[in-house]
Write a protein that binds this ligand. Structure first.
Ligand code: ATP
Ligand code: MG
Length: 301
């Protein structure tokens, strides 16, 4: 049976933040499944993974555009699982995943956009940032001592620092868009209760214990602060050229479907035609083809 197709433009409007001034995180239902049932979603995702594979091949051949996918979310929101499932059909040669952890000494000696800039996708490629420069207006804002570690001249750290960083991020993303990088940002919005269940799962299942970290439990204690800074960040940085999608993340199968649909819609909006071969090139190819056909196949090869 062919999977039902989503009316993707309408479906995505529910998750893309098109009116950032009015955006309120508390209005988003983390358990929303967009009236899609789980079995249907599995079939739709399988179909989308195939489409994405075809689109990525075109993106690569076309060699003009790059795609940057930014994934943000609280611990256990499902960022890794999005990478694993949504990108499962994509040729690894055309895709790079970078996970950004706490910055090292060299990274702290540069401006906050430096380390991610060196990892931006080249034309024809899809780059995924698992966490990103947005950590510098999230975890760093929740823990001001991290800002202190960044060694910024004191006169430059004032009460407007977060608004200044938002400005810089907006300008940076606009610059990327103008240079041919499609920027898509996903906040995987998991509920506090679902995070509790996932942490318990990590503790109880031997195969998942390695994922458990005491730091995650400490960050969980600051839940409300995180929600406040996430909301502020989304309001300040969701723009038509680099929109945020706030994706309900209590059901992983639904999270994957929203992300895959958004990436496909964005890729389909580009004209990803294969490079055209001119008349002279075609003539040359006909000659080569005839020569190859004329070669007698050798025995035993
Ligand atoms: P998981 O969901 O499996 O826990 P993770 O992405 O949280 O994966 P971790 O190994 O926990 O991976 O490390 C990421 C940690 O690094 C996060 O707590 C994040 O806030 C922190 N981090 C990332 N960027 C920065 C930054 N610029 N400054 C300070 N901390 C940062
Ligand atoms: Mg973590």
């Amino acid at each position: 049976m062919k999977p039902a197709k989503l009316e993707s433009a309408k479906f995505l409007e529910n998750y893309r933040v098109d009116k950032p001034d009015r955006f309120r995180l508390a209005s988003v239902d983390c358990a929303d499944t967009g009236k899609v049932d789980k079995d249907a979603a599995g079939a739709m995702l399988a179909d989308e993974v195939k489409r994405l594979s075809d689109l990525q091949e075109r993106l690569y051949a076309n060699h003009r555009w790059a795609v940057l996918i930014v994934l943000q979310g609280m611990d256990a929101a499902g960022k890794d699982s999005v990478v694993a499932h949504v990108m499962s059909g994509v040729n690894p040669q055309g895709c790079d995943v970078h996970s950004f952890k706490a910055p090292n000494a060299e990274e702290l000696d540069h401006d906050f956009l430096w380390r991610t800039t060196t990892r931006l996708p080249a034309r024809g490629r899809i780059g995924i940032f698992n966490r990103s420069y947005y950590e510098d207006v999230l975890v760093v804002r929740v823990h001001p001592e991290l800002l202190e570690r960044q060694n910024i001249p004191r006169t430059l750290v004032g009460k407007h620092i977060w608004e200044e960083r938002f400005q810089d991020i907006r300008a940076f993303e606009r610059h990327l868009a103008r240079s041919g990088t499609l920027v898509l940002k996903f906040f995987l919005h998991v509920s506090k209760e679902e995070q509790r269940r996932r942490f318990l799962d990590r503790l109880e299942q031997p195969a998942k214990r390695w994922k458990f970290s005491m730091d995650d439990v400490n960050e969980r204690k600051r839940w409300d602060d995180y929600m406040a800074v996430y909301q502020d960040m989304i309001r300040a940085t969701s723009r038509p050229t680099a929109p945020w999608y706030v994706v309900p993340a209590d059901h992983k199968w639904f999270t994957r479907l929203v992300v895959a649909t958004a990436v496909i819609e964005a890729l389909e909006s580009l004209d990803l035609s294969y490079p055209k071969i001119g008349t002279a090139g075609l003539k040359e190819m006909r000659k080569v083809r005839a020569a190859l056909q004329a070669e007698a196949p050798r025995k035993g090869r």
